[in-house]
Design a protein around this ligand. Structure first.
Ligand code: GLC
Length: 751
């Protein structure tokens, strides 16, 4: 049963919403799927030779594994990525030129998280499941659900939040929507893969409490509530052992405590040891560092190929370890369209593009508005659109999550389409990106040394940008209003993988400073025109102190997908009322984040998560630190009030009920966020933790009663010494508000 908002009664203009908050009620038990037959699996295993079993557990091309024609077992076909089905590469690594592989390019997953809309999470998965199925893929390598520990991680755009609960709830919907089409989700990367620097070897030093309270919960949710059929291991180590074959992670927690019955798929090249992979839970080895010739791979070189065969045949390791892997792989094949019947898929259909638009409309976050927005096109004769990102395309970059988008509406196109001939729209690029080696970390994590040649190129680029800036400022001066579109990019076309990338896989940023001279450009625009709105793209925040105070309005658009330009225009001109809420804290600079001020980032060989459980608002709120914009924050063109909080016990649940009222003059949506504050815990705990939320849409003057049920797990903590989950009796405060800092209602409850 997909849990939607159930409308029970419309009484005198108030609508009563009941929602089952923890996605437990939504769980569709994966074992219910009709195609899995354990008996058939047993008989197939009995028919297989050892060689055939090993074929099933390692790659046979860039994205396929297995395939035993003698037994009618097909290959398992995987594809990236988390926000769209990647271009076709056949069985190699380069995109096939003439492939029919255009696809729906959805807003990136952090934009989905910013909607705080569970139904959109599910619909997002439905779209991806249909497109992957239509392309003949059995496993979609997503969603990325690693916690945003530092704002510098180049892959933050592929993840959801600094908070494990929000990540889990949104990812569960995605997984269920995807798998109901017969395509396996592969939530990644298990676990604590929170940086790109030295990702293949970095050893994360982290407490069991922080693992269980911060880095595990979203994985537990997608397994136990979402029924994920596969999980992807990570490249990094945790406390000395590689995560892809980590005894505690895979055998004790994932397959033991959580009862995961699917397959652990390695990240590409994340298997480093045959014995450990056999014993500690790797079920399919994809990619390998062992290849002598990347372009002419001999798959027998894989750790789980000949070396594994030798270990089994010598008797060093029992064949039953291989049988368990084969069982899980066959279960995965049977659940998906590989061996199960799930009907046809569809790709590039209008309903998919509509969903992309909905997610962008609800995920873009209005962070500042002095009253400039929404712009009224009747009051504007000339509009200056300034900024390289107003015309840049993003889909094909970012790393493995790249998509060959069927189309991508840029902000400039979206604005022009919306305004038609009513307004004269003028464009100036304002700045041209350039490859500046000093912007990047080298493999070791420190600032890369900048070659003389590159320094000269950068100087040339900067002087060229002076000209572009002057043109843009002149345009801004004579326009009635200005829209600046800037922020990050995924890196430079034509650069080898990893090089020249930021806000992309394989690289972390050095800091949050706006690049390519954008700060100065924004300041100059503000100095000549007091009606300038700033729109930024990017997978996390940027430093704002040098430009935001004099900027009347600021929208954070993440990477809003193929319909993003249209959604940006609709919000700027008031056709859509924004309702996005930050899924991560925006602080003034990266040094403010606990992963930098208390813990290490990016470390050197090892990285110490010394901040422990105090990640994101858990740190900023507990230590009452000033932040630019708090977790859960987002503005609207209307206003809302919270009232009538009631907290009661019903069976073994705590029921939180409150009223949300639209006190403004236009339709809008608000997110009621429920935090738990332990009054006098026996161990140190964060001042508050998000444990429930519900988004409600309301007409002007209307009210809604929101009911959120919390089960007891919402009050538990993982005991740092006893190393188990504990529910402590005592007094707790239930807090309801529309950000972690804007608590509107409080009520005490005794447990
Ligand atoms: C990459 C990424 C992973 C991706 C895989 C296949 O290295 O870490 O997210 O799915 O390899 O491209």
């Amino acid at each position: 049963m997909k849990c939607k908002l159930l409308i029970f009664a419309v009484l005198a203009g108030s609508i009563i919403f009941i929602s089952c908050d923890s996605s437990r009620e939504q769980a569709s038990d994966a074992k219910d799927f009709p195609n899995v037959s354990e008996a058939k699996i047993d008989s197939l295993i009995n028919l297989m030779t050892l060689d055939e079993k090993l074929v099933l557990i390692h790659a046979g091309s860039s994205f396929t594994s297995g395939g035993i024609p003698r037994l009618n077992i097909p290959e398992l076909v995987k594809s990236d990525g988390p926000h769209g089905v990647r271009h076709e590469d056949g069985r190699g690594w380069a995109a096939l030129d003439d492939a029919d592989d255009e696809a729906t390019y959805l807003p990136v997953v952090i934009c989905l998280a910013s909607t705080w809309n569970k139904d959109l999470g599910y619909e997002y998965g439905v779209v991806l499941g249909n497109e992957a199925k239509e392309r003949g893929k059995h496993v979609l390598l997503g969603p990325g659900i690693n916690i945003i520990r530092s704002p510098l991680n180049g892959r933050n755009f592929e993840y959801l939040s600094e908070d494990p609960f929000l990540t889990g709830v949104m990812a569960v919907g995605y997984v269920k929507g995807l798998q109901e089409q017969g395509v396996a989700a592969c939530p990644k990367h298990f676990a604590a893969n929170n940086q790109e620097t030295d990702r293949h070897n970095i050893d994360v030093l982290v407490s069991k409490r922080a693992l269980h309270e911060i880095y595990f919960p979203a994985f537990r949710a997608v397994v136990q509530d979402g029924g994920a059929w596969s999980i992807m291991g990570a490249y990094n180590k945790i406390n000395g052992q590689y995560t892809t074959h980590h005894e505690y992670l895979n055998n004790v927690v994932l397959k033991g405590e959580w009862g995961f019955d699917g397959a652990v798929i390695s990240d590409w090249g994340s298997v480093k040891d045959t014995r450990e992979a056999l014993l500690y839970g790797t079920d399919i080895e994809m990619g390998t560092e062992l290849l002598r010739d990347f372009n002419n791979p001999e798959y027998d070189e894989f750790y789980l190929a000949r070396p594994a065969k030798e270990m089994i045949e010598s008797g060093e390791i029992d064949e039953s370890y291989v049988d368990d892997k084969v069982r899980r792989v066959l279960r995965l094949l049977q659940r998906t369209t590989a061996m199960g019947e799930h009907g046809p898929g569809k790709r590039n259909v209008e309903e998919h593009q509509q969903l992309a638009l909905e997610v962008a409309r609800e995920g873009i976050v209005l962070l500042k508005n002095d009253g400039l927005l929404p712009l009224d096109k009747r009051e504007i004769k000339t509009l200056a659109v300034i900024g390289h990102n107003a015309t840049r395309l993003f889909a094909e970059r970012g790393g493995s999550s790249q998509v060959n988008a069927l189309y991508e509406i840029t902000p400039l196109e979206g604005i022009k389409n919306l305004l038609g001939d009513d307004v004269e729209v003028m464009y100036a690029e304002g700045y041209e990106p350039y490859y500046d080696e000093s912007l990047f970390r080298g493999e070791g994590g420190d600032a890369a040394s900048q070659s003389t040649e590159n320094r000269q190129e950068v100087e040339l680029a900067r002087s060229a940008n002076k000209g572009l800036m002057d043109e843009a400022v002149a345009l801004a001066e004579k326009a009635d209003a200005v829209i600046f579109v800037g922020g990050w990019i995924h890196g430079h076309e034509g650069m080898p993988w990893g090089e020249g990338t930021y806000d992309a896989e394989a690289r972390d940023k050095l800091n949050l400073k706006l690049i390519f001279g954008q700060e100065e450009l924004i300041r100059k625009i503000n100095s000549v025109n007091d009606r300038a709105a700033v729109v930024l793209m990017g997978g996390s925040n940027v430093e704002m102190n040098n430009w935001l105070p004099d900027t009347p309005a600021y929208l954070h658009a993440w990477y809003p997908g193929m319909e993003g330009g249209r959604a940006i225009a609709e919000i700027l001109f008031g056709e859509i009322n924004p309702s996005g809420k930050l899924p991560m804290t925006f602080a003034d600079s990266h040094e403010e984040y606990p992963s930098h001020s208390i813990g290490e980032f990016p470390g050197d060989g090892t990285v110490d998560y010394a901040e422990d459980i105090y990640v994101g608002y858990r740190y900023f709120d507990t230590h009452e630190k000033q932040v630019a914009f708090p977790f859960g924050f987002g503005l609207s063109y209307t206003s809302f009030a919270f009232s009538d909080l009631k907290v009661t016990h019903r069976d073994d649940k705590v029921v939180v009920q409150c009223t949300v009222t639209n006190t403004g003059d236009r339709d809008g949506a608000e997110v009621a966020q429920v935090y738990i504050h332990p009054k006098n815990p026996s161990v140190d705990r964060p001042v508050r933790e998000l444990k429930g939320f519900e988004k409600v849409e309301l007409a002007p003057g209307a009210s809604a009663t929101v009911t959120i049920e919390l089960d007891k797990t919402a009050f538990k903590f993982y005991h740092p010494e006893e190393l188990k989950w504990v529910l402590e009796s005592g007094s707790y405060e239930v807090q309801v508000g529309n950000s972690s800092r804007d608590i509107e209602l409080r009520e005490e409850v005794m447990l």
